[in-house]
Design a protein around this ligand. Sequence first.
Ligand code: UGA
Length: 429
Amino acid sequence: MIGTGYVGLTTGACLAFLGHSVVCADADPHKVERLRGARVDILEPGLPERVREGLEAGRLEFTGDTAAAVAEAEVVFLCLPTPMGAGGAADLAAVEAVAGQVRDVLRPGCVVVNKSTVPVGTCERVAALLGRADVSVVSNPEFLREGRAVEDFLHPDRIVIGAADQDAARRVAGLYAALDAPLVLTDPASAELTKYAANFFLAMKLSFANNLAVLCERFGADVADVTEGIGRDPRIGPAFLRPGPGWGGSCLPKDTHALLTVCDRSGVDFPLLRATIETNVAHQRRLVERVAAACGRGAEGSLHGVRLALYGLTFKAGTSDLRDSPALAVARLLRERGAELTAYDPALSEERPDLSDLVDLVDDPVRAAEGAAACLVLTEWPQLRDVDWAAVAACMSGHEVHDWRNLLDPDVLARAGLSWRGIGRPAAA
Ligand code: UGA
């Protein structure tokens, strides 16, 4: 396993759990040292346990030496970052660098599996970089949600394997034989596109839900009921229809932009994709205008001298990941208007990222509300329901709670003397 990010580490630890012998390599010696002691730095339920079991059973090892890790391997997984690069395209530098490092040390007849999310054609590109006729390159995209990665790995909806060499495909499928999941065996281009198409579709559903919420507000309808009404149709499905402060995270933004670049470069017009991205940006602008208006500054007005409390900064609940978080995007828009921001996030109390140019991060929700004209709920942390809202109300300068995750109970807030405003739902009576 090359790369021990949340995909590589989950895949490595779970394959060891399924009985395989796994060596995980990472370029960061500090991380390798910590993992050797079963210390997992990402918030991923079940992962530390799987890592510890694997180490104890002798089926899981960690090394900083990529060449040593692949020398004996029958299958080599590339689980490397493919961040947003120039012009929104996926940056393949890490994948290409590792292909160069391993080409001369790969065992004859081994299979190289690409798990990283990569543009169509990357399997072929890696095969060309390896230049080894005796090594097959296979695409096997991951569909792991952060915060549920172990569960998603062990109970997948499907396993997608794209290979030109059917024997290599069967060997990779064999690694997952203990899992009860439908297998989609296809060619590399289809497997690579499947991953982008999945994340694009999810983002499209979310942009739809966020716009639908605006429409509901216009007519006094309730988006929760409308989405339940449509979601019960199995052709639509209930998931990914909860409105929020826009979609984000380490994958959806980067993958939709990368796919857009793929479309542009290949001359394929896909207006829905562009609209999905633009809708997200417009949605966040609209929410900020709503706060400015509620603070009496007018939708376009400056927020200088206005203090706001932000509840939740991570891109969703259950993770400490801030990458491309919609909460941070909203915070940036508010800062651009001059607002002073104090934030509380239950996942950021111990390990404190440096966000000082954007927000004042505190470890107590009531402290975050001191002098605040309004509170904004940006991440759906369930523990926010248990905040002492009367204490919050007592130290705020205003009385509005903008609940952009539709998380809180309006009656509870009303009893604390606060007024609740959700997204796409009628305001409390
Ligand atoms: C996403 C996909 O769900 C995974 O299938 C995929 O494997 C992964 O990207 C990846 O490409 O590696 P993840 O980034 O962990 O997983 O996050 P999601 O749970 O998909 O959430 C994405 C964003 O949508 C978050 O900001 C979340 O708060 C938002 N969201 C999600 C909503 O606003 N409403 C919803 O109903 C669901």
